[in-house]
Design a protein around this ligand. Structure first.
Ligand code: BTN
Length: 340
Protein backbone atom coordinates (compact mmCIF):
# COMPACT_ATOMS: atom_id res chain seq x y z
CA UNK A 1 0.00 0.00 0.00
CA UNK A 2 1.50 3.41 -0.90
CA UNK A 3 2.33 5.68 2.01
CA UNK A 4 0.09 8.48 0.82
CA UNK A 5 -3.06 6.55 1.70
CA UNK A 6 -1.72 6.15 5.25
CA UNK A 7 -0.92 9.83 5.74
CA UNK A 8 -2.40 11.31 8.89
CA UNK A 9 -5.21 13.77 8.39
CA UNK A 10 -3.97 15.79 11.33
CA UNK A 11 -0.80 17.02 9.67
CA UNK A 12 -1.68 19.23 6.68
CA UNK A 13 -1.76 17.23 3.47
CA UNK A 14 0.93 19.38 1.85
CA UNK A 15 3.26 19.08 4.86
CA UNK A 16 2.76 15.32 4.85
CA UNK A 17 3.52 15.14 1.13
CA UNK A 18 6.66 17.26 1.53
CA UNK A 19 7.85 14.87 4.23
CA UNK A 20 7.04 11.93 2.02
CA UNK A 21 9.08 13.41 -0.84
CA UNK A 22 12.00 14.11 1.50
CA UNK A 23 11.91 10.61 3.01
CA UNK A 24 11.64 8.87 -0.35
CA UNK A 25 14.26 11.06 -2.00
CA UNK A 26 16.83 10.66 0.82
CA UNK A 27 19.05 13.32 -0.83
CA UNK A 28 18.24 16.96 -1.51
CA UNK A 29 14.89 18.07 -3.01
CA UNK A 30 14.83 21.56 -4.47
CA UNK A 31 12.05 24.00 -3.57
CA UNK A 32 11.16 24.02 -7.25
CA UNK A 33 10.76 20.23 -7.39
CA UNK A 34 8.62 20.24 -4.28
CA UNK A 35 6.42 23.10 -5.45
CA UNK A 36 6.01 21.38 -8.85
CA UNK A 37 5.20 17.98 -7.31
CA UNK A 38 2.65 19.44 -4.91
CA UNK A 39 1.24 22.19 -7.13
CA UNK A 40 1.88 24.91 -4.51
CA UNK A 41 4.08 28.03 -4.50
CA UNK A 42 7.70 27.97 -3.29
CA UNK A 43 6.81 30.27 -0.42
CA UNK A 44 4.08 27.81 0.61
CA UNK A 45 6.74 25.05 0.55
CA UNK A 46 8.91 27.19 2.82
CA UNK A 47 6.03 27.78 5.27
CA UNK A 48 5.38 24.02 5.52
CA UNK A 49 9.09 23.32 6.00
CA UNK A 50 9.15 25.87 8.85
CA UNK A 51 6.14 24.18 10.48
CA UNK A 52 7.73 20.75 10.13
CA UNK A 53 10.87 22.07 11.83
CA UNK A 54 8.77 23.43 14.69
CA UNK A 55 7.25 19.92 14.92
CA UNK A 56 10.70 18.42 15.51
CA UNK A 57 11.82 17.41 12.00
CA UNK A 58 15.44 18.37 11.35
CA UNK A 59 15.36 19.65 7.76
CA UNK A 60 18.55 21.01 6.31
CA UNK A 61 18.31 23.78 3.67
CA UNK A 62 21.30 24.37 1.36
CA UNK A 63 21.35 27.11 -1.23
CA UNK A 64 21.40 25.73 -4.77
CA UNK A 65 20.55 22.18 -3.56
CA UNK A 66 17.28 22.42 -1.66
CA UNK A 67 15.99 20.56 1.39
CA UNK A 68 17.09 17.31 3.03
CA UNK A 69 15.56 15.46 5.96
CA UNK A 70 18.22 14.80 8.59
CA UNK A 71 16.36 13.98 11.79
CA UNK A 72 12.89 12.58 12.38
CA UNK A 73 11.31 13.04 15.80
CA UNK A 74 10.21 9.39 15.85
CA UNK A 75 6.51 10.00 16.31
CA UNK A 76 4.35 6.91 15.77
CA UNK A 77 2.62 8.64 12.87
CA UNK A 78 1.60 7.46 9.41
CA UNK A 79 4.83 8.39 7.71
CA UNK A 80 7.24 6.87 10.21
CA UNK A 81 5.15 3.79 10.95
CA UNK A 82 4.26 3.17 7.29
CA UNK A 83 7.92 2.42 6.51
CA UNK A 84 7.72 -0.77 8.57
CA UNK A 85 4.10 -1.85 7.93
CA UNK A 86 3.25 -4.94 5.88
CA UNK A 87 -0.46 -5.10 6.65
CA UNK A 88 -3.33 -4.86 4.23
CA UNK A 89 -5.99 -3.47 6.59
CA UNK A 90 -4.64 -2.58 10.04
CA UNK A 91 -3.05 0.86 9.79
CA UNK A 92 -4.67 1.52 6.38
CA UNK A 93 -5.11 4.98 7.86
CA UNK A 94 -3.18 6.30 10.85
CA UNK A 95 -4.35 9.44 12.56
CA UNK A 96 -1.60 10.76 14.78
CA UNK A 97 -2.07 13.39 17.50
CA UNK A 98 0.68 15.19 19.32
CA UNK A 99 -1.67 15.19 22.30
CA UNK A 100 -5.20 13.84 22.73
CA UNK A 101 -7.38 13.08 25.72
CA UNK A 102 -7.58 9.35 24.94
CA UNK A 103 -6.90 7.52 21.68
CA UNK A 104 -9.79 5.18 22.55
CA UNK A 105 -12.22 8.10 22.84
CA UNK A 106 -10.95 9.59 19.58
CA UNK A 107 -11.17 6.22 17.76
CA UNK A 108 -14.70 5.73 19.07
CA UNK A 109 -15.68 9.18 17.79
CA UNK A 110 -14.22 8.43 14.35
CA UNK A 111 -15.92 5.01 14.33
CA UNK A 112 -19.29 6.66 15.02
CA UNK A 113 -18.57 8.90 12.02
CA UNK A 114 -18.05 5.78 9.90
CA UNK A 115 -14.29 5.12 10.16
CA UNK A 116 -13.39 1.84 8.45
CA UNK A 117 -11.89 -1.27 9.99
CA UNK A 118 -8.15 -0.85 10.39
CA UNK A 119 -8.04 2.85 11.22
CA UNK A 120 -5.45 3.42 13.95
CA UNK A 121 -5.38 6.48 16.20
CA UNK A 122 -1.99 7.15 17.79
CA UNK A 123 -0.82 9.85 20.18
CA UNK A 124 2.50 11.12 21.46
CA UNK A 125 0.76 11.97 24.75
CA UNK A 126 -2.66 11.50 26.33
CA UNK A 127 -4.20 13.96 28.77
CA UNK A 128 -6.87 11.49 29.95
CA UNK A 129 -5.48 8.04 29.13
CA UNK A 130 -7.73 5.37 30.62
CA UNK A 131 -7.09 1.84 31.80
CA UNK A 132 -9.46 -0.95 32.78
CA UNK A 133 -11.63 -0.46 35.88
CA UNK A 134 -11.62 3.33 35.33
CA UNK A 135 -7.93 3.55 36.19
CA UNK A 136 -5.66 6.30 34.89
CA UNK A 137 -3.13 5.25 32.23
CA UNK A 138 0.12 7.19 32.72
CA UNK A 139 0.64 8.85 29.30
CA UNK A 140 3.57 11.31 29.23
CA UNK A 141 4.86 12.66 25.86
CA UNK A 142 7.76 11.39 23.79
CA UNK A 143 8.35 8.00 25.36
CA UNK A 144 5.55 5.45 25.01
CA UNK A 145 3.05 4.00 22.57
CA UNK A 146 -0.63 4.87 22.94
CA UNK A 147 -2.85 3.68 20.12
CA UNK A 148 -6.33 2.40 19.33
CA UNK A 149 -7.41 0.17 16.46
CA UNK A 150 -10.91 0.30 14.97
CA UNK A 151 -12.23 -3.19 14.20
CA UNK A 152 -15.59 -4.14 12.69
CA UNK A 153 -15.63 -7.92 13.14
CA UNK A 154 -18.72 -9.65 11.73
CA UNK A 155 -19.09 -11.77 14.89
CA UNK A 156 -21.59 -11.99 17.75
CA UNK A 157 -20.70 -9.76 20.75
CA UNK A 158 -20.20 -12.77 23.04
CA UNK A 159 -16.90 -13.68 21.31
CA UNK A 160 -15.48 -10.12 21.40
CA UNK A 161 -13.90 -10.57 24.89
CA UNK A 162 -11.43 -12.95 23.17
CA UNK A 163 -9.89 -10.05 21.24
CA UNK A 164 -7.71 -8.73 24.12
CA UNK A 165 -6.06 -12.16 24.34
CA UNK A 166 -5.38 -12.11 20.61
CA UNK A 167 -3.89 -8.65 21.03
CA UNK A 168 -1.82 -9.91 23.96
CA UNK A 169 -0.42 -12.72 21.78
CA UNK A 170 0.48 -10.21 19.03
CA UNK A 171 2.04 -7.82 21.56
CA UNK A 172 4.11 -10.59 23.09
CA UNK A 173 5.39 -11.77 19.69
CA UNK A 174 6.27 -8.24 18.57
CA UNK A 175 7.99 -7.26 21.82
CA UNK A 176 9.89 -10.55 22.02
CA UNK A 177 11.23 -9.94 18.50
CA UNK A 178 12.92 -6.69 19.57
CA UNK A 179 13.70 -7.42 23.23
CA UNK A 180 14.71 -11.06 23.14
CA UNK A 181 16.53 -11.02 26.46
CA UNK A 182 13.58 -9.69 28.46
CA UNK A 183 11.36 -12.20 30.29
CA UNK A 184 7.97 -11.26 28.81
CA UNK A 185 4.81 -12.92 30.11
CA UNK A 186 1.13 -12.74 29.23
CA UNK A 187 -1.15 -12.20 32.21
CA UNK A 188 -4.77 -13.14 31.62
CA UNK A 189 -6.87 -11.39 30.52
CA UNK A 190 -4.83 -8.75 28.74
CA UNK A 191 -1.55 -7.61 30.25
CA UNK A 192 2.05 -8.11 29.23
CA UNK A 193 4.47 -8.22 32.15
CA UNK A 194 8.25 -8.00 32.20
CA UNK A 195 9.95 -9.31 35.33
CA UNK A 196 6.50 -9.45 36.93
CA UNK A 197 5.78 -5.76 36.32
CA UNK A 198 3.30 -4.29 33.89
CA UNK A 199 4.65 -3.29 30.50
CA UNK A 200 1.48 -3.14 28.34
CA UNK A 201 -2.24 -3.01 28.86
CA UNK A 202 -5.17 -3.50 26.50
CA UNK A 203 -8.51 -1.71 26.88
CA UNK A 204 -11.09 -3.18 24.54
CA UNK A 205 -14.39 -1.34 24.14
CA UNK A 206 -17.34 -2.38 22.02
CA UNK A 207 -20.54 -0.96 20.58
CA UNK A 208 -23.08 -3.66 19.77
CA UNK A 209 -26.69 -4.81 19.67
CA UNK A 210 -27.84 -8.06 21.27
CA UNK A 211 -26.44 -10.22 18.48
CA UNK A 212 -24.52 -7.82 16.27
CA UNK A 213 -21.16 -6.18 16.87
CA UNK A 214 -20.91 -2.69 15.38
CA UNK A 215 -17.40 -1.71 16.35
CA UNK A 216 -14.60 -2.77 18.66
CA UNK A 217 -11.92 -0.33 19.76
CA UNK A 218 -8.71 -2.07 20.80
CA UNK A 219 -6.73 0.44 22.86
CA UNK A 220 -3.14 -0.47 23.65
CA UNK A 221 -0.59 1.24 25.85
CA UNK A 222 3.05 0.11 25.83
CA UNK A 223 5.67 1.58 28.16
CA UNK A 224 8.53 1.86 25.70
CA UNK A 225 11.25 4.37 26.60
CA UNK A 226 9.82 5.51 29.94
CA UNK A 227 12.57 6.15 32.50
CA UNK A 228 10.74 7.72 35.42
CA UNK A 229 7.76 5.97 36.93
CA UNK A 230 5.40 8.08 39.03
CA UNK A 231 5.15 6.91 42.68
CA UNK A 232 1.66 5.42 42.20
CA UNK A 233 2.96 2.79 39.74
CA UNK A 234 6.52 2.40 40.96
CA UNK A 235 7.19 -1.26 41.70
CA UNK A 236 4.11 -2.26 39.70
CA UNK A 237 5.02 -1.08 36.20
CA UNK A 238 8.12 -1.07 34.03
CA UNK A 239 9.21 -0.16 30.50
CA UNK A 240 11.10 -1.85 27.68
CA UNK A 241 13.97 0.58 28.22
CA UNK A 242 14.17 -0.17 31.94
CA UNK A 243 14.16 -3.91 31.26
CA UNK A 244 16.40 -4.10 28.19
CA UNK A 245 18.70 -1.15 28.93
CA UNK A 246 18.39 0.43 25.50
CA UNK A 247 15.87 2.58 23.59
CA UNK A 248 13.34 1.34 21.05
CA UNK A 249 11.83 2.97 17.96
CA UNK A 250 8.16 3.62 18.67
CA UNK A 251 7.00 3.66 15.02
CA UNK A 252 8.83 0.43 14.26
CA UNK A 253 7.37 -1.23 17.34
CA UNK A 254 3.87 -0.08 16.43
CA UNK A 255 4.27 -1.51 12.93
CA UNK A 256 5.57 -4.82 14.31
CA UNK A 257 2.54 -5.09 16.61
CA UNK A 258 0.09 -4.37 13.76
CA UNK A 259 1.98 -6.76 11.45
CA UNK A 260 1.66 -9.52 14.05
CA UNK A 261 -1.92 -8.73 15.02
CA UNK A 262 -3.43 -8.74 11.52
CA UNK A 263 -2.89 -12.45 10.64
CA UNK A 264 -4.01 -13.54 14.13
CA UNK A 265 -7.16 -11.45 13.78
CA UNK A 266 -7.87 -12.80 10.25
CA UNK A 267 -7.50 -16.39 11.47
CA UNK A 268 -9.68 -15.68 14.50
CA UNK A 269 -12.43 -14.34 12.22
CA UNK A 270 -12.42 -17.72 10.46
CA UNK A 271 -12.46 -19.97 13.53
CA UNK A 272 -14.04 -17.58 16.05
CA UNK A 273 -12.12 -18.99 18.97
CA UNK A 274 -8.61 -18.81 20.39
CA UNK A 275 -7.49 -22.31 19.36
CA UNK A 276 -4.79 -20.98 16.95
CA UNK A 277 -3.07 -19.00 19.76
CA UNK A 278 -3.92 -21.10 22.80
CA UNK A 279 -0.58 -22.93 22.82
CA UNK A 280 1.28 -19.60 22.59
CA UNK A 281 -0.79 -18.04 25.39
CA UNK A 282 -0.13 -21.05 27.63
CA UNK A 283 3.58 -21.17 26.84
CA UNK A 284 4.10 -17.54 27.82
CA UNK A 285 1.55 -17.34 30.62
CA UNK A 286 2.47 -15.55 33.85
CA UNK A 287 -0.25 -17.25 35.87
CA UNK A 288 -0.18 -20.87 34.73
CA UNK A 289 0.34 -23.33 37.59
CA UNK A 290 0.38 -20.55 40.19
CA UNK A 291 -2.02 -19.86 43.05
CA UNK A 292 -4.13 -16.86 42.11
CA UNK A 293 -6.97 -14.79 43.43
CA UNK A 294 -9.51 -13.40 40.99
CA UNK A 295 -11.41 -10.30 41.97
CA UNK A 296 -14.73 -10.27 40.12
CA UNK A 297 -16.34 -6.99 41.08
CA UNK A 298 -16.20 -7.80 44.81
CA UNK A 299 -16.50 -11.61 44.51
CA UNK A 300 -13.15 -13.27 45.22
CA UNK A 301 -12.14 -16.68 43.92
CA UNK A 302 -8.95 -18.49 44.90
CA UNK A 303 -7.46 -21.39 42.99
CA UNK A 304 -4.62 -22.59 40.81
CA UNK A 305 -4.52 -21.17 37.26
CA UNK A 306 -4.76 -24.27 35.05
CA UNK A 307 -4.95 -22.63 31.64
CA UNK A 308 -7.20 -20.73 29.24
CA UNK A 309 -10.23 -22.15 27.43
CA UNK A 310 -10.58 -21.77 23.63
CA UNK A 311 -13.29 -19.19 24.34
CA UNK A 312 -10.96 -17.11 26.50
CA UNK A 313 -11.95 -17.98 30.08
CA UNK A 314 -9.34 -18.54 32.79
CA UNK A 315 -9.49 -22.14 34.07
CA UNK A 316 -9.14 -22.28 37.86
CA UNK A 317 -8.56 -25.51 39.77
CA UNK A 318 -10.48 -24.99 43.00
CA UNK A 319 -9.47 -26.30 46.45
CA UNK A 320 -12.47 -28.75 46.39
CA UNK A 321 -11.12 -30.45 43.25
CA UNK A 322 -13.56 -28.83 40.83
CA UNK A 323 -12.58 -26.60 37.92
CA UNK A 324 -14.15 -23.15 37.39
CA UNK A 325 -14.15 -21.04 34.24
CA UNK A 326 -13.66 -17.35 34.98
CA UNK A 327 -14.79 -14.99 32.23
CA UNK A 328 -13.66 -11.64 33.64
CA UNK A 329 -11.88 -10.04 36.58
CA UNK A 330 -8.56 -8.91 37.96
CA UNK A 331 -6.03 -11.58 38.82
CA UNK A 332 -3.35 -11.43 41.52
CA UNK A 333 -0.78 -13.99 42.54
CA UNK A 334 -1.26 -15.18 46.10
CA UNK A 335 1.96 -14.58 48.09
CA UNK A 336 3.58 -17.73 49.55
CA UNK A 337 2.72 -16.79 53.15
CA UNK A 338 -1.00 -16.48 52.31
CA UNK A 339 -1.37 -19.80 50.52
CA UNK A 340 -3.83 -22.40 51.80
C1 BTN B 1 -5.18 -1.54 31.31
O1 BTN B 1 -4.28 -2.36 31.47
O2 BTN B 1 -5.84 -1.12 32.27
C2 BTN B 1 -5.48 -1.05 29.91
C3 BTN B 1 -4.66 0.15 29.56
C4 BTN B 1 -4.94 0.65 28.16
C5 BTN B 1 -4.25 1.97 27.87
C6 BTN B 1 -4.39 2.37 26.43
S1 BTN B 1 -3.33 3.70 25.98
C7 BTN B 1 -4.14 3.85 24.46
C8 BTN B 1 -5.61 3.67 24.73
N1 BTN B 1 -6.21 4.93 25.12
C9 BTN B 1 -6.64 4.91 26.37
O3 BTN B 1 -7.17 5.87 26.95
N2 BTN B 1 -6.41 3.72 26.92
C10 BTN B 1 -5.78 2.81 25.99
Amino acid sequence: MPWRSRISLIMSDSAARILEELVQNRGFCSGEELSGALGISRSAVWKHISQLRRDGYGIEAVKGKGYRLQVSPGYPDALETGRFLHTSTLGCRIEHHRSVMSTNAQARKLAREGAPEGLVVTADAQTGGRGRMQRVWHSPPGVNLYFSIVLRPPVPPRVVPQIPLLAAAALHTALASVAGGVDLRIKWPNDILAGGRKLCGVLCEMESEADMTHVVIVGIGVNVNLRDLPPEIEGLATSLLLEAGYEFSRPELLALILNDFEPLYRRWLEVRDLSPVLGYLEEHSWLRGKQVEVDQYGRRLKGVAAGISPTGELLLDMPDGSQTMVSSGETHLIPDNERT
